[in-house]
Design a protein around this ligand. Sequence first.
Ligand code: HEM
Length: 401
Amino acid sequence: LLATAGVGGAGALASAGIGVGTVLGVQAAREPQERSIQFGADVEPFHGPRQAGITTAPQAHLVFIALDLREGADARSIVRLLRLLSDDAARLTAGEPALADTEPELALTPASMTVTFGFGRRLVETLSPGAAPEWLEELPEFRIDELDEELCGGDLGLQLCGDDPVSLAHARRMLLKDARPYARPRWIQEGFRPARGVHRPGVTHRNLFGQVDGTVQPTAGDDGQEFVVWGHPPQHLDSPIRPWIEGGTSMVVRLIRMDLDGWDELARSGKEAAIGRDLSEGAPLTGEHEHDAADFDATTPLGFPVIEESAHMRRARAQSPEEQMLRRSYSYDRPPAGAGISDSGQLFIAFQADVIRQFLPVQRRLAELDRLNEWTTPIGSAVFAVPPGCAPGGYIGDVLG
Ligand code: HEM
């Protein structure tokens, strides 16, 4: 695998006009890497009918980049930008240096890197007037929100995920350098999940409240992800969900601060009641194991619901077959300002075919009532339309061009 990546890398460098000395430098650097490689050479395919980084098993690290187009951007300049960034992403995720890569060695260990493109309304409408789906706009304001404008919106969202923070940092820099003539960064956030190898594949991760987070998800196969993420209504459902474009979806990003210091003051039973699940297994309070079905009708001997009316799990539970989403969230943990000892939270990222019919009803319900709101505050928000993937030689968004 690495050998293939290496040949492509040298070829790419040569075609970019980078000298033989540099190429030899890459090859010299490769030998010690080959000896130490475990999963550095793992590749997630970039090309295909759907973009990677959505149903891909979540990698350990995330860098989310939101860009604003420069004044005067038109369809031609947007196509140039998307071509450049798609080419960079295709090479870097394959373990090849980008064209004119200044640090080509850093590109040789993609470690399952994915780059997922999301488009804001302005980009879609400039590229292809009338093509933006109705849901492609800022979410309505919720009473729980304390949004910072500098952490909201963006004309282009790039979700970079991978198991190696070094190659991610490199990819981030290459993409930003190439985007510079056309777009400038609006906000950038980093996130993480457990390091690769810490758990067996498939184990649900924990967020910084210590909760098992991501248990109830639309699963692959049958109607699961096809219906929820990609918008193909199953035969037996007369569903209002329609995909905005074949192979596309939507990406809602909410930056949510988590008050770890306040959470510390809660007794364990209070923490479990807030979500409706226990902390040790992530099992519903009416069951024993993580994936046991929750019994929302069960009551205590005194007649109170075991899973409280305001428990996050009860409030977030789908009330119709449509109200579902694929959650693919990452924790963040920044140096605290002032006297605090933490500035932590979650980059909540959800994919669904239709924001209005799937995401909004759940978010509205949670904003009205959710025990978790006492310790969580949305501080950033963005909605992106995710176009389909592209074929080799194409670019993300070429179906709109
Ligand atoms: C479930 C945590 C925000 C939607 C859960 C669970 C936890 C959790 C621990 C139970 C395990 C699971 O099924 O994943 C959090 C935290 C949040 C947050 C810490 C904020 C920092 C949100 C938001 C939404 C959401 C903003 C959507 C608007 C859901 C859904 C479920 C869920 C749909 C599954 C409910 C079910 O059917 O059982 N969340 N969540 N969560 N959450 Fe959240």
